[in-house]
Design a protein around this ligand. Structure first.
Ligand code: ADE
Ligand code: ZN
Length: 342
């Protein structure tokens, strides 16, 4: 392992853009299919992986939603989240904000409570048994109606204390942030923190980023690399301390490019940019791999990598005590790494 790779593995990290359904590894998909007596159109792991063919966001989403059919019981959701937390813990992710897509499950007859109880129990065990902190963010699917989004938001209120914030994901084409203005206004009133996906190189990307800032009033934007296309947006996002959760390897799968140079430019312009894995089971890269790939492609230095993680802890939705504790851990890691170099 190179010095840079081990530095990145050991660096205390926060992951803020991670779809729990996107961590469904082929092995677990087979196991859950067997447990739930679901027939799959593959007989080997290799065949399953070979079926994971995508070249843009819609083709990825088709594979991603199809695979979820094996998730049925609370135990299934627990196993999914537990596998991610163990993996994240092994690479020194100290804190994760985990997206989940309830409508992808309620729309096929799995109860909201089933999804949430499994995820919540895994989060609790992650803290108790591994010392990793995590919180849940509920995403609304933007390619469904605003009315269905609102109904899902209202359903979530029974679990308000278990969910830190609301996001917006799925297919962005023709589904701008403003479509969900009412849903997000209500979410804010209910005390949820707000974020939204602005996927990379979409039709209307800069308009969508502007709507996020001016119409919705998000604190973070998921992806959001196209902010660089408009200097006034960069200035507004920097002034407001908006967090950007960039996912380099995901970018490569859906646009053909890591956008690592864009990541470096975002850092240089003082944006609170972070690096994350998005859907690691499909893009074959957890957060360490994403940081290693971006560092190699854009020549990021160790101080740049520390800054990315400082940004992540700062724009996280941890309470002040836990945030300060993890920022302190990062400071101590940096001081020890620098003194080793001297
Ligand atoms: N759902 C899971 N991954 C996503 C992504 N990268 N963009 C939009 N929706 C998603
Ligand atoms: Zn995403």
């Amino acid at each position: 392992m190179s010095d840079m790779t081990s530095f990145i593995r050991e660096l205390p990290k926060a992951e803020l853009h991670l779809h729990i359904e996107g961590t469904l590894e082929p092995e677990l998909r087979f196991k859950l299919a067997a447990r739930n007596s679901i027939a799959l159109p593959y007989s080997t792991l290799e065949e399953m992986r070979a079926g994971y063919l995508f070249h843009d966001l819609p083709s990825f989403l088709a594979v991603y939603y199809d695979a979820m059919s094996v998730l049925k019981t609370s135990q299934d959701f627990y196993d999914l989240a537990w596998a991610y937390l163990e993996r994240a813990h092994a690479e020194n992710v100290r804190y994760a904000e985990i997206f989940f897509d309830p409508q992808a499950h309620t729309s096929r007859g799995v109860a909201f409570h089933t999804v949430l109880s499994g995820l919540r129990n895994a989060v609790l065990d992650g803290r108790r048994l591994l010392g990793i902190r995590a919180q849940l963010i509920m995403c609304i699917l933007r390619d469904h109606s605003a009315a269905y989004g609102m109904a899902t938001l209202l359903e979530s209120l029974a679990y308000r204390d278990l969910i830190i914030g609301i996001g917006l994901d799925s297919d962005e084409a023709g589904n701008p942030p403003a479509k969900f203005a009412e849903v997000f206004r209500r979410a804010r009133e209910e005390g949820y923190r707000l974020t939204m996906h602005c996927d990379v190189d979409q039709a209307g990307s800069t308009d969508h980023i502007r709507q996020c800032l001016d119409v919705i009033g998000v604190e973070r934007i998921d992806h959001g690399v196209n902010v660089l296309d408009d200097a006034s947006l960069v200035a507004a996002a920097a002034a407001r301390g908006i967090g950007f959760t960039v996912c380099p390897v995901s970018n490569r799968y859906v646009t053909g490019e890591l956008k690592a140079h864009e990541l470096r430019r975002m850092l240089q312009r003082g944006l609170k940019v972070t690096v994350n894995s998005d859907d690691p089971a499909y893009f074959d890269a957890y957060v360490t791999d994403n940081l290693v790939a971006a560092a190699a492609a854009a020549g990021l230095t160790e101080p740049d990598l520390v800054q990315l993680e400082r940004n992540a802890f700062e724009v996280s939705w941890l309470g002040p005590g836990a945030k300060d504790a993890l920022l302190g851990e990062l400071d101590r890691f940096e001081a020890a790494a620098l003194s080793e170099e001297a």
